[in-house]
Structures are given as structure tokens and as C-alpha cells.
Design a protein around this ligand. Structure first.
Ligand code: GLC
Length: 579
């Protein structure tokens, strides 16, 4: 969900603030016009490595225990040196934080706990000078219940124009005391909440996240204004939250989902489901694409679409819609050659059909970190972010080894890749957070059966010691494990075989061997235990999923995820070769 005594990657991104005076290489917003390997600068996203910054947990500049925008700005050189192309900021908008900021109270401002609009502008400017693009999160499926619109809706009462921006319905039964339908909230329980006047409103997530009605033109107009607001401030793109959820079948009577085998955020929709992955959602992204294309250079958008097949995902990245959609099949694939190959083959084929590049992802703020996930016995990690109680034994050494190999696999694939903060440090999931520290609404909504996603959101360790390992000068809003000093950026930057060193080296090599260039599977390897492919760019990648060492093919070894045993590739290891 992320290199060696050698501290910096092989081709550092220049800080153009020191050298650039020629504005002809600079976009209207100051975003660098660095040529993508495809030679199409405005299509930079096709091959980009985008680093996800979970704002609350990245760097705390004022010692209040929570990350903030100035903290991120101060750490941007780290990202430039790491070798990523862009960063995606999770929501930093005013929010009661009932769902970590994915409950937005005002889409066009910065929450004071994270800074100001001025701090945001400074962040964008500094990022652009360092050659980093900036993507921000947009949350269109629902607002916070603290949003002015929802407060107005509650006050205005049934039948009002204010309620028509959301999904209010009368309940069932003689007194309307039963919810309007059997729809489920992702975080547990009914998707309907009753208001004091007796009506119910829809919330596919927490009750504090009322769903908007995208059948309402005011909702469309308001989001177009929000897109323009951030685009005019210089952002290079958007990550679209719950992109598969906006369109709903609200025709009466509301349809039951009892027969749909619906399962949380997993493979759902696409069969005329009442609210997931409905075909009408695509018209919204066509509308957004026209706005993105009106900027010079055009801006991009990446959809978070949990859908049931690569073919359904490809619909989101048709030429007149979004540019990217996260490949969650890859993230959900188990650690076997068969599962990984299927995710790769099917995704490449589906995106090629619509002319898009594929968008690989191993982890994010919603899923169990892969160092832990890949350590779990097969079959226990299929719904990783809502892990059941009674976790099985975790062999972290094995999981970390696999996570490192997975990183080399992902970064060798054609297309774009997202790296979640701390992935490049090999951070494990924190599985033993004290119950009174848990903040994910999943914990309460599941009646304390599911611990939720806080374990992948624990603040980043930057230094080997200090009250929050350099995260800030104070504490941290989620407690960090005592062992995290050893996993810190400072510790790993000084260590030859560290995970950070591996990512830096891989990202540097990717600049030489990435880009366009089809993938060809290599013959002569056991498909049950091995993935082996060659890119037309000259990079060969071999991953050993089997129990025995594997003889390396010919070629100059560029990088290996762990030490090679003579001429052999040990189990759970990946290697990059030239030629
Ligand atoms: C997305 C976000 C997740 C959030 C949910 C509701 O899945 O990634 O963190 O809880 O949407 O907004």
C-alpha cells in the first residue's frame, strides 16, 4: 500500500528554483513541464510514481501531535530525493474528522489544524520548484453532516430544496419507523439514519457523512466550482474518493440489496446495483474531464473505484473520462505467482482496450500495510482493511521480504504506481493500538468487532529518537511502536540494505528503464512459482514466489529486493536485470 550506503537516488530531480528563468518550460500554474518518457509532457501521469501523503500523519510542524501542511512543505525535499513524480494529499479541508477528514465541512478551505490557504499555496509552489506535482483529494459522494448544506437541509424540513441536495426519504411501516430500504453502510449497520422530524437520510459510510444526490444540478455546479477553485490554485490533479458510488438508483420503490451478495467495499456493482458502480456515474466524469481539459496543460484525475472486474474499471478511464483508476485487484492479489499474474494480465488488457495506462497500488490509508498482509496465512487477507478479531500469527520478516519484492514488481510494470507514505520504509501495520486510541468509525460502527484502519495511519518515524521519532516536537495522535526508531528515515538512510535504500534505487532506475514499453512474459520459468517479464525498455524483472532458489537468467543485475545467493534468486525475492 512504499539503495546501500548510497543516500540519494541516481538521478535527483533538480530544484528548478535555483536555475529556471525560462518560463516557456513552465505551465501556467508553475507546474514543471518535465517531459514524460512518452514525450508527452501533459501525459506525465501515465508513468508517474505518486506518493500518498496522509496529511495527519506525515509531519507535524507545530508540535500539536497532528501532521500539517507546513510540515509537509518542510519535508518535500525528502520526496524529491526519494525520486517520486508527484504527491497526493489526503483531505486537509475543514472537517470534524469523524472519518479522518473524508467528512468534509467546507470544500474550499484548509482546516486550521493543518494550516491556511496560504500554507497550501506555499506547499504547491515549493513542490513545483522541486519538480513534484500535487494531487488533492476530492470527496463528492458525501459531505460532513457539519457542512452548511446539511445543516440547512435539517433546518428546512421535508420536501425542501435544501433536502433535495441529499437523499432524504420517509421510512417504511405505518409510523415510518423502519428505514426506507435494506441498504448497508460500509462502516456497518443500516445506510439510513433518522432525523428528529422522522425522515431518514442516506449515508453509505458513517451517519456523519450524508450522501449527496447527484441527480441534483446544484450538486454538479458546486463540485465544478470546487474543482476550479483548486485548479486555479495550481493543483495538477485530483484523487476522487468513492468514485464508483455517486450515482444511485433512487426510483421508487427502492430496490433491496439482499440478493446482491454485496460485501463492503469489495467487488461490487456493475450488475445494476442500486448504488455501486452504476453506469450513470460516467456522465459525471465526462463533465469533470471537460473542466480538467480546459486548463493548460490539462490536469488529471484518478478515481478510487472499487469495482468487480478490470473491465468495469476500464470504463472509468475511457479517453473522455478519468486518467487513472486505482488497480485494487493488484492490491488484493495474494502472494502467489498465479494471483499476481492474473491481476497484471487482466488489468493491462483492460486498460489497453481504452488506451489508458494502468495504475498500480500496493497499499493506502484504508488497507492493512503489505509487510503485514503478505505475512498472513493464505485466505486471511481477503478483506484486509476490515480485519476480523483474532489476528493469525504474523511472520513480519517474511512479510517484509515479500513487500520488498512486491515493490520491485510494481515499479517494473508499465504504467503509473502509487506509494503510500511509510511503504518505502517497510512499515508494518500497527496491530496492537490500544483500544482507547482507535479513531476509525469502523471500530464503533462494528460494535468493536473490527478495529478498523488506524493501524496503517500511525505517524511516520523520521528520526531514531525523540518524543514522536521526529514526526513533530510533541507526541503523535496515534501512538508509535517502540521499535519504530529503527525503521525511521534517519536510520534507513544510513543503512545500505534498508527498504528506503531499495525504493530510492528502484525509483532512480525507473527513470532509466520505465516509461512506455510493452511487457513480454519470459518463457522457461515455472508459472506456478515465478513471474518473469522483460520490458521493451530493456528491463527484466523476475520474482520468485516458490519455496526453492531459482537460477537467474542472463543479464546484468541492477537491483535485487534482498541478497542474492550466488547466482540464484532466493524465495520471496525479486530482481531487476538489464538486457
Ligand atoms: C474512501 C476513503 C476512505 C473513506 C471512505 C469514505 O474509501 O479512502 O478513507 O473512509 O472513502 O469517504
Amino acid at each position: 500500500m512504499v539503495a546501500e550506503g548510497r543516500l540519494w537516488h541516481t538521478s535527483p530531480v533538480p530544484d528548478t528554483s535555483l536555475t529556471t528563468t525560462d518560463q516557456s518550460h513552465t505551465s501556467t500554474t508553475g507546474a514543471p513541464d518535465v517531459a514524460a518518457p512518452s514525450g508527452l509532457p501533459h501525459q506525465w501521469w501515465r508513468h508517474a510514481v505518486i506518493y500518498q501523503v496522509y496529511v495527519r500523519s506525515f509531519a507535524d510542524s507545530n508540535g500539536d501531535g497532528e501532521g500539517d501542511l507546513p510540515g509537509i512543505t518542510a519535508r518535500l525535499p525528502y520526496l524529491a530525493e526519494l525520486g517520486v513524480d508527484a504527491l497526493w494529499l489526503t483531505p486537509f479541508y475543514p472537517s470534524p474528522l469523524a472519518d479522518g477528514g473524508y467528512d468534509v465541512a467546507d470544500y474550499r478551505d484548509v482546516d486550521p489544524r493543518y494550516g491556511t490557504l496560504g500554507d497550501f499555496d506555499a506547499l504547491v509552489e515549493r513542490a513545483h520548484r522541486l519538480g513534484l506535482r500535487v494531487v488533492v483529494d476530492i470527496v463528492p459522494n458525501h459531505t460532513s453532516s457539519a457542512h452548511r448544506w446539511f445543516q440547512q437541509a435539517l433546518a428546512a424540513g421535508p420536501g425542501s430544496a435544501e433536502r433535495a441536495r441529499y437523499v432524504f426519504r420517509d421510512g417504511q411501516g405505518p409510523d415510518g419507523s423502519a428505514p426506507p430500504s435494506d441498504w448497508h453502510a460500509v462502516f456497518g449497520g443500516s445506510a439510513w439514519e433518522r432525523t428528529p422530524d422522522g425522515q431518514w437520510y442516506l449515508h453509505l459510510f458513517d451517519p456523519s457523512q450524508p450522501d449527496l444526490d447527484w441527480g441534483n444540478s446544484e450538486v454538479h455546479e458546486d463540485f465544478l466550482a470546487t474543482l476550479r477553485f483548486w485548479l486555479d490554485r495550481g493543483v495538477d490533479g485530483f484523487r476522487i474518493d468513492v468514485a464508483h458510488g455517486l450515482a444511485k438508483d433512487l426510483s421508487e420503490p427502492l430496490r433491496s440489496v439482499a440478493e446482491d451478495g454485496e460485501h463492503l467495499l469489495s467487488a461490487i456493482g456493475g450488475h445494476n446495483h442500486p448504488y455501486w458502480d452504476r453506469d450513470e456515474v460516467h456522465e459525471i466524469y465526462r463533465e469533470w474531464r471537460r473542466v480538467l481539459d480546459a486548463y493548460s496543460p490539462p490536469r488529471m484525475a484518478c478515481g478510487e473505484a472499487w469495482v468487480h472486474s478490470p473491465a468495469r474499471r476500464a470504463l472509468y478511464v475511457r479517453p473522455d473520462e478519468l486518467h487513472q483508476a486505482f488497480n485494487f485487484d493488484f492490491l488484493q492479489a495474494s502472494w502467489t505467482a498465479e494471483s499476481m499474474r492474473a491481476a497484471i494480465v487482466e488489468s493491462l488488457a483492460a486498460s489497453a482496450q481504452v488506451g489508458a495506462s494502468t495504475t498500480w497500488v500496493l497499499s493506502n490509508h484504508d488497507v492493512m500495510r503489505e509487510a503485514t498482509r503478505y505475512a498472513l496465512p493464505p485466505g486471511t487477507d481477503d478483506v484486509p482493511w476490515l480485519r476480523a478479531e483474532g489476528a493469525p500469527p504474523i511472520d513480519l520478516e517474511l512479510g517484509t521480504r515479500r513487500a520488498r519484492a512486491a515493490a520491485l514488481l510494481m515499479l517494473a510494470l508499465p504504467g503509473s504506481a502509487y506509494v503510500y507514505q511509510g511503504e518505502e520504509l517497510g512499515l508494518p501495520e500497527v496491530v496492537d493500538l490500544p483500544e482507547d486510541a482507535l479513531q476509525d468509525p469502523v471500530w464503533e460502527r462494528s460494535g468493536h468487532r473490527e478495529r478498523g484502519r488506524d493501524g496503517c495511519r500511525v505517524p511516520i518515524p523520521w528520526s531514531t529518537e525523540g518524543p514522536s521519532y521526529g514526526f513533530g516536537t510533541g507526541g503523535s495522535w496515534l501512538p508509535q511502536p517502540a521499535s519504530w526508531g529503527g525503521l525511521s528515515v534517519a536510520a534507513q538512510a544510513a543503512s545500505a540494505g534498508s527498504c528506503l535504500a531499495l525504493y530510492r534505487e528502484a525509483l532512480g532506475l525507473r527513470r532509466r528503464f520505465g516509461g512506455d514499453g510493452e511487457l513480454h512474459w519470459l518463457a522457461g520459468f515455472d508459472p506456478e512459482t515465478t513471474l518473469a517479464f522483460r520490458r521493451e525498455t530493456g528491463l527484466t524483472c523476475v520474482v520468485n514466489f516458490g519455496p526453492a532458489p531459482l537460477v537467474l537468467p542472463a543479464g546484468e543485475v541492477l537491483l535485487a529486493s534482498d541478497e542474492l545467493a550466488g547466482g540464484a534468486l532466493p524465495p520471496d525475492t525479486a530482481v531487476w536485470l538489464a538486457g
